[in-house]
Design a binder for this molecule. Sequence first.
Ligand code: ATP
Length: 194
Amino acid sequence: MEARLAFDKVSCLRGDRLLFEGLSFALTAGQAALLTGPNGVGKSSLLRIAAGLLPPAIGTVERTGRIALAAETAALDARMPLGDALGFWAKLDGAGQGDVAHALDAMGIANLAPVPVRMLSTGQRKRAVLARVIAGNAPVWLLDEPGNGLDTASLDRLAQAMADHRKAGGIILAATHQPLGLDDAMPIVLSAAA
Ligand SMILES: Nc1ncnc2c1ncn2[C@@H]1O[C@H](COP(=O)(O)OP(=O)(O)OP(=O)(O)O)[C@@H](O)[C@H]1O
């Protein structure tokens, strides 16, 4: 898959606060970056800029390939059974039922396909959000705290899914407060402005 994500001297303004400035990096096929820094420093904002949901105050962002953003608030329909909710998004992403089945399996939640989304536990919902990303086949994954709320087995599954994605030429940019098994990832460290 063809993929590229590059920031060139990007600055982020939220309200009247400058969160970070002059940030440059480039990720190409198979590469990953780990975004770290204290609460409120601007990690989620950076991911939103990467996704094209928030414009940079200064600088440019270059993207090649479709983007999938997995944040806390994934729009999975709470009333739908999980399998159908994922199927809805897969269709929009040009993916099929086979992709949904693969993604459910990859996150170990195939047995939850008939369960309404609103009945899922916190960790199960997180796994469902990650399954949505996996099913969508987008080359660029933007993951906001993907390990939050996951048990050890699910963290292993996430690590495997990310490794598979990179092997297929995908890109990962993940904001995290915990190790994710992306040992060779490029570090992007945001520090609080003075
Ligand atoms: N819509 C908004 N308007 C103004 N300021 C905002 C807006 N959304 C977020 N902020 C502020 O931007 C700052 C950075 O928020 P962000 O969510 O990017 O941080 P973060 O590094 O992801 O934090 P955490 O580790 O807690 O998830 C915070 O101070 C937050 O209050």
